[in-house]
Structures are given as C-alpha cells and as structure tokens.
Design a protein around this ligand. Structure first.
Ligand code: ADP
Ligand code: MG
Length: 679
C-alpha cells in the first residue's frame, strides 16, 4: 500500500471496527480513515478527579473507586441488572440495561476494587450510575481527560476514543507538500503533527496553527484544481473573432439609456477575450438589475458579426422568452433568432435543429434543454449561461468542452457572493464585475408587516394602482410541496379578485407555457395590475412598470433570495416598494435577517451578512452547486487563509510548477479525479 492509501482506506480496515460500528460511522458520513481523522473532537470530559461516594454530585460525570459487593440479576425480562458497590463513605448501585450477566461479572468482579466513571443519578435514597462506560481495575486507564466527538446513538465515547487512538498510532509520514514560506506561517507544523495534536484533549480549546494548517491544505487543494482547470482551458487555442464597433454603435443607438462605466468596461474585457486566441471562460457578476443582459447581447452581436453562432441559456422558460423578445428588438432583421425550450413543439423543434446545423440560425435562446439533447451547431462561437449558479465546476468544464475549441463561454450570475466563494466556486474562470447599478435606480423602500395587517397592505396596493403602477404578489413554496404551494397562491388570488376584480392574474408552476405567456403578456401590457405568483418570477424577468412587490411568509426565504425577488421591482425610475409579510412572533434571528434587508440594498453586503448568520452552505443554490463542501474551512471565518492560498496558487502558476508535488493533497481531499480529464 502506498502510504497515503492508508488514509483513504475504508474504516472497515480499522482494528476493532465491526459491521455494526462501521454502520454507525457511515451514518455520520465517515467512510474512510481520512473522514474519521478530519472529524475533529468537539469537547473533552475530565475524568481525572476522583471523589468519595459521599462527595458525589448528582447529574455530573464523576469518577470513583468502589468495592464490588453484591449482584442482583432479576429473572424477569426487561428489568435491569444491578450491582451493589460501596466505599468507606457510602453505597452506590451500578445499573445495566441490556448487558449479560457474564459480562458484568467480568468487568465488576465480586470483592474487587474497581474504578468507574459515569453520570451520577440518585434514586430511592441511593446513588446510582446507569450503564457506566468507563470501568477498570486499573485506575489510570479511567483517570484521564477524554476527547468527545459528535456521537451517534450506539457509539460510545470510549469506543470512539479507542478507534481514534488505534488510527492515530498508524498514520503514515507523507512528504510535505507546502512550501517553506507557507510552512513558516504555521510554525512548521506538518499535517501529521496537526492531526495528532488536534485529537489531543489539551488542544480542544486552543487549536491555533494546528487547525489553520489543515484548513489551509483544504483550501489550497480546491484552488489548485480550479487553477489547473483554468489553465487547461486557456491552453486551447481558438480562432480569433474579428469585429469592429459598428454593430455595437447600432445597438447603442437603439437603447434609450447610456451604458454605465462598469457595463462599458466589462464589454471591453469580453471583447478582448473574444479577439484573443485563448478561449474565453469568464464569469460576469452583477447584482440584480445591474444590466448584464445588454452586455451579453453586445457580446453576442460581435460574435455573430464575426461569423459564429451564439447560444444563450436561461434558467426558466419565461426568462428565455424575455431574452428572446429583447434580442428581436435589439438586433437587425437579418439576424436569425430562435427560441428553444422543453415546451417547443416537436415539429418546430426539428426545424430549429435543422436550421442550427445549416447555420440558418445566428442565435438560439433557450433553457437547459439546449444542452441536454444532441444539438449540432454549425459554427458555435459563444455560449452564454444566464443566472446559472447551480452549475458546478465540473458541469461548466463539460459545457466548455461541448462547445468545441472555437467556442467562448460567458457565465452570468446575480448571486452576489464574496470573493472567497468566487475563488472557490468560480475559481476556474476569469471574472468581470458590474459593481454599480445604473444611476437612475432609486433605493427600494422595504417594509415588514405582520399578516394581520393585510388590510393596510391592500390599501397601499390600491393607491399604487391608482398611480398606474403594477404589483407583484409572491406566495412562497410552503413545506416544499408543489400542491400546497399552488393552493396558497390560488387562495390569495381568489381573495384579491374579490377586491380588484379582473385586474389580478395568477402565475404558478403548474400552468403550461401558453397560459404562462398569456398572463405575462397581459401583465406587461398592463391589462392586469397585480400578478400573484409563486417564486417563478425569481430570476431575471424585467417588468419596468412594476414598482411594488409583496412577499408573503418572507421568513421562509433566504436573504439573498429575498434580495433577488426585491430586484424584480425598482427597475424603472419611479419610487418602488417591497413589503415583507410574516406571521407574528418572529424569532430573534428572523427579525435580524429582515432588518439586514431593510437597511441594505447592496446584494454583496446582504449575502455576506446572511452567511454570517446562516453559514455559506445555505447561500442561494450553493448546496446544489456541485461545489465541493469544506470540512474545516469556512469562507467567512477563514477569509485570510483563502487569500493566502490564492497568493500561493498564483505563485505556483507563475513558476509553472507541475502539480506533482500536490497529488497526495489533492487525492486526500478528493479533488484529484478531474485531473484525468485535463490536458
Ligand atoms: P440583470 O443584471 O439583473 O440581468 P437586466 O440586464 O435585466 O439586469 O437590466 C435591468 C433593467 O435595467 C433592464 O430594464 C435594462 O433595460 C435596464 N438597464 C440596463 N442598463 C442600463 C443603464 N445603463 N441605464 C439604465 N437602465 C439600464
Ligand atoms: Mg438578468
């Protein structure tokens, strides 16, 4: 066995682990020895202080030396076995559920002095210890400080400690992968020393550099792989796209606003990529409403001008349709634009596929069905993915491969994530950021109201409608059930209809394409004033005349999600409002979160605060992002280590070192398999 393989071997190989115990570990997601070692202890139990029976404190874990006096093994099933013990100051009973007599006689031999430790109870004027876990005739084996781990039922602290100690004895020496410069920052602690020390009870409260060293390893593994992917994509030489500013100027003439400086600079970054002979693999980040779409269309136009096809993928049908309509307005008639979603009729679909392979379509806009089927492009030059934060590193890599060597890739995301997470989740890409929104945007006024104040809300809505504004009314997914979700929106729709008559529309997940489109068009054409919906309006859709959004049960949403929803309004230049409804008696945490939203309009700030409260795992969609989760590292708490690792990776890149030295690290952290697919 190569030495590191021991660490990756199955826990079944550990001496003392049977099928039953290994099942308990697997329940806790511990499958390999590495998993076991990297699950660090949580706390300690001090069993060093030995007391007399008359000094025992009820409810505490205590250690005592006792004489075993008498067995009491009842013949009736389900009654516990008891052993009467004493010392010179009093009596104590040991109680055993589910233990055989033979076993009890062995661990508590009659007449012997035994050290036992356990939680002390008191019943019918007698001290007792039920199912004591630490019993020995050898005082020193009990009189210790034990580390405690997060246990599942059936896995005792003693058993866990025995297993860990067995493993700690056997861990191999591996050659160091960190550079001297980095090691110096962690006091030259090796990974092995770090692991050994972290499982020591004395270090539980002061983990310091032992822990930092391991966290750094974990971050480095992730960033190294990202860098490797980025480099391997850059290595692909493509044909340069050739275009001038003519089409861009035409587009500028067609829009009724000036592009912001950030939009202009991102367009330039993208153009430079398109014109170079390196494949573009770029993330365009910008808060909701920052104006990413127009940037995407300018890029599309340039790619089309240089003789290539473009494919734009949106997360929902509605958004695809809206992009499609906007493209039609923006592009000249000689540009062929098509829409393809899972709902496109078979006959039409065939025509589209045919046209794509014949180069009769210049830009195809659609949903993820664009990538699921076998579509043959004639000459694909750019893939744009809008709002697809659920795409993981591996999926994006596949996508880039699928597009072929001449195909550039642009991913757009409104999920405002802090830089440490960008490094992690999008570290395989270059990034452009639209930091500032167009200046005409006003702050969206955000209020919260308990459900029972609904009459005030209705009054407010009436006023907005008189002012010729439109209103979104969002009913969230309750209990993750489509059916209930549906019912809640239907009920609200019907209630509102009683007041606003036929000026209310309902949009929910079970409507078919036609029905959805009809309602959206009605809303866009101001035939209806209020659109009741489930969260289907969440991403990207643009309704400039809507200035108010009401969100029911707001505490069911994550902050970033609420911010995204709120971003559906305030896109024009009028005063806009977001009203968060909630059931009364919100928890303190929920109140804090709603306040963050009220006070901030900057998606980055909001997501950072949200992560502080809920951890990064809950951040919009990141659970499903294929982002490999960290065991130890936390992008908020360990920000400095992320930046340190980023610097180190840049150095490794510059020196053009092979990753050979890091293979073990990558394997241990399960980051290595993607290496096989890379050039
Ligand atoms: P997102 O970044 O969320 O995708 P959009 O691209 O949908 O944002 O843009 C939101 C709205 O802002 C659209 O109505 C768009 O026409 C408008 N918009 C985009 N850029 C500007 C700008 N520079 N000035 C004013 N309005 C703009
Ligand atoms: Mg958008």
């Amino acid at each position: 066995m190569i030495s590191y393989e021991y660490l990756l071997s199955d826990i079944n190989n550990i001496k003392g682990i049977g099928i039953k115990t290994s099942k308990l570990f697997r329940k806790k997601n511990i499958n390999t020895i590495f998993d076991l070692l990297w699950s660090l202890p949580r706390d300690t139990v001090d069993r060093t202080n030995i007391v007399k029976i008359n000094e025992l404190q009820i409810g505490k874990i205590q250690t005592i030396i006792i004489n075993v006096r008498k067995y009491n093994f009842p013949r009736i099933r389900n009654l516990p076995n008891r052993v009467l013990c004493d010392d010179e100051t009093g009596k104590l009973e040991c109680i055993f559920f589910n233990s055989y007599e033979g076993y009890i006689k062995k661990i508590l031999p009659l007449g012997k002095k035994v050290t036992i430790s356990g939680k002390v109870g008191y019943y019918k004027k007698k001290y007792q210890i039920t199912n004591p876990t630490h019993i020995s005739t050898d005082v020193n084996s009990v009189k210790k400080i034990f580390t405690t781990y997060s246990l599942t039922e059936g896995l005792t602290e003693k058993k866990y400690n025995n297993i860990i100690n067995e493993v700690l004895k056997n861990i191999p020496d591996l050659s160091e992968w960190l550079s001297d410069e980095i090691l110096e920052k962690f006091n030259y602690i090796s990974w092995k020393q770090a692991i050994l020390e972290l499982h020591e009870s004395k270090n539980i409260k002061k983990k310091g550099n032992f822990l930092n060293r391991l966290i750094f390893d974990e971050i480095l593994a992730t960033l190294l792989i990202n860098s490797k992917i980025r480099k391997s994509i850059k290595k692909i030489k493509k044909n340069k796209k050739k275009f001038d500013n003519k089409e861009f100027n035409k587009i500028k003439d067609k829009i009724n606003f000036d592009l912001t400086n950030d939009q202009l600079s991102t367009i330039k970054e993208i153009n430079d990529d398109l014109k170079s002979n390196q494949k573009m693999f770029r993330l365009l980040q910008g808060d909701v409403g920052s104006g990413k779409t127009i940037v995407a269309f300018v890029a599309s136009m340039n790619v089309i001008t240089s003789g290539y096809q473009v494919c734009l993928m949106a997360p929902t049908e509605i958004l695809a349709k809206q992009h499609f309509n906007q493209a039609k307005k923006l592009f000249d008639n000689n540009i062929n634009i098509s829409l393809l979603t899972s709902k496109t009729e078979l006959k039409e679909r065939k025509l589209i596929l045919n046209d794509l392979s014949n180069n009769h379509i210049n830009i195809i806009i659609g949903t993820h069905s664009l990538f699921q089927e076998k579509i043959e492009y004639n000459n694909l030059g750019l893939i744009i993915i809008d709002e697809q934060h659920k795409f993981g590193v591996k999926q994006r890599k596949k996508l880039s491969d699928k597009g072929g060597k001449n195909c550039d890739v642009l991913v757009m995301s409104a999920t405002p994530i802090p830089r440490t997470l960008v490094m992690t989740a999008f570290g395989d890409m270059d990034t452009s950021i639209i930091k500032y929104k167009p200046l005409n945007r006003k702050q969206i006024k955000t209020y919260s109201k308990p459900d029972n104040k609904i009459n005030e809300i209705i009054k407010f809505v009436k006023k907005q409608i008189i002012l010729k504004n439109q209103v979104f009314w969002v009913c969230p997914l309750i209990e993750e059930s489509k059916k209930i979700d549906h019912q809640s929106s239907v009920k609200r729709y019907e209630d509102l209809k009683k007041i606003f008559k036929d000026k209310v529309g309902l949009l929910h997940g079970s409507l078919d394409k036609e029905e959805k489109n009809n309602i959206l068009i009605k809303f866009l054409n101001k035939k209806i004033d209020i659109l009741v919906s489930t969260t289907v309006i969440e991403v990207g859709i643009d309704f400039p005349n809507a200035n108010t959004i009401i969100i029911e049960n707001a505490n069911k949403f994550g902050l970033s999600q609420l911010h995204q929803l709120r971003g559906r309004v305030g896109r024009g230049d009028k005063e806009s409002y977001c009203i968060l409804m909630f059931k009364s008696n919100l928890s303190e945490n929920a109140k804090k979160r709603i306040n963050i939203l009220k006070k901030n309009n900057d998606g980055f700030k909001i997501s950072e605060e949200d992560m502080k409260l809920r951890g990064y795992g809950d951040l919009l969609g990141f659970k499903q992002s294929g982002l490999q989760s960290f065991r130890l590292a936390d992008p908020i708490i360990n920000e400095d280590l992320f930046f340190l690792a980023e610097k180190e990776v840049k150095k490794i890149e510059l020196e053009n070192k092979s990753l050979h030295k890091y293979i073990t690290l990558l394997k241990l952290h399960d980051r290595a398999d993607i290496l096989n697919d890379l050039v």
